[in-house]
Design a protein around this ligand. Structure first.
Ligand code: AMP
Ligand code: MG
Length: 330
């Protein structure tokens, strides 16, 4: 079985071909960083237009790299939400057109489900597992019980983790995306340079809050008392402590045997290291998909399509693209 996947929900235009044998035949990703950089953030209208401009060529390239003729595709999977609605519509319309012309199943994939199932593509992880989803738009802990079966254990009450990395980078006047820059700076900084608040730590529930941290770190930046390296290191260290403590509580609450981390922030090696220590201490397995599959990409959408298609979970061509689509409402 071969599924074509399409991803256009934010600032990556991507197409991929993935098989039910967990083989990624192609995964073409075009980032729009260059288009949005001068604005300091993703501009939805510009994103939609860039998706329209590049998507056809990227699908063609994905089929070419995979050496698969379009007629050999067994299904067309697409991110149908959540995301910037203009971009989501571009992908969904294209996927519907292809599915209808080819007479093949149309698979509307929740973008978060794509992230949630990636570890099954890369590492064949069995259900159930705990998922820490940390991206530019999300910070959630989920209990992944099966395809379409997600229990939300906790989530951020304000900023997403990636968003707070991006905001700190902006305060320090670095270009987007901020996460990698903060991680690089932190390498040569003192992680105990000053005190930062410990938002919602020690509280029993599994929710996160990062806006207090943002305000506190802004004061430090404005004071000009510390070099950017120390600010980055101290901030990153505190984020790590927060993620580890909440995952520890989630492990206690569920007696899970496996933890998976996904989303763009999962690229951060300091955070991966902190979670690995927790995994070792708690004697659970930690699975971190390769960085290229943690950030937005169509391979994860194609794979979620494979998982759905195997279970006969096909969608109608009347499926409406969704700007908001919580995983727990599948
Ligand atoms: P996504 O929303 O999954 O596309 O991921 C993008 C987000 O991940 C952005 O907010 C980035 O700043 C963040 N990110 C990417 N790499 C890193 C990193 N090494 N450390 C922290 N955050 C990162
Ligand atoms: Mg992105």
């Amino acid at each position: 079985m071969k599924v074509l996947g399409i991803e256009t929900s934010c600032d990556e235009t991507s197409a991929a071909v993935v098989t039910d044998d967990r083989e990624i035949l192609s995964n073409v990703v075009r980032s729009q960083i260059a288009e949005h950089e001068i604005y300091g953030g993703v501009v939805p209208e510009i994103a939609s237009r860039a998706h329209i401009k590049f998507l056809d060529g990227i699908i063609r390239k994905a089929l070419e790299v995979a050496r698969v003729a379009i007629a050999e595709i067994d299904g067309v999977a697409v991110t149908a939400g959540p995301g910037l609605i203009g971009g989501v519509i571009v992908g969904v319309m294209e996927a519907k057109a292809l599915a209808s012309v080819l007479g093949k199943p149309f698979l509307a994939v929740n973008h978060l489900e794509g992230h949630a199932l990636t570890a099954r593509l890369t590492d064949d992880v069995e259900f159930p597992y705990l998922l820490l989803l940390v991206s530019g738009g999300h910070c959630q802990i989920l209990n992944v019980k099966g395809v379409g079966q997600y229990e939300l254990l906790g989530e951020t009450l304000d900023d997403a983790v990636g968003e707070s990395f991006d905001k700190l980078a902006k305060m320090l006047k670095f270009p987007m995306p901020g996460g990698p820059k903060i991680e690089a700076l932190a390498k040569s900084g003192n992680a105990n340079a000053f005190e930062l608040p410990r938002p919602l730590l020690g509280k029993k529930n599994l929710d996160f809050s990062f806006s207090g941290l943002k305000t506190a770190v802004k004061k430090v930046v404005d004071s000009r008392e510390f070099p950017a390296e120390d600010i980055a290191a101290t901030f990153q260290q505190r984020i790590g402590e927060i993620l580890v403590e909440k995952m520890q509580s989630a492990l206690n609450a569920t007696s899970a045997k496996r933890m998976v981390v996904a989303g763009g922030v999962a690229a951060n090696l300091h955070l991966r290291g902190a979670l690995q220590k927790l995994a070792d201490k708690s004697k659970v397995e930690l699975i971190c998909p390769p960085v290229a599959l943690c950030t937005d990409n169509a391979a994860m959408i194609a794979w979620a399509g494979v998982e759905k298609l195997r279970l006969g979970l096909v969608d109608g061509l009347d499926f409406k693209p969704r700007a908001r689509w919580p995983l727990v409402n599948l």
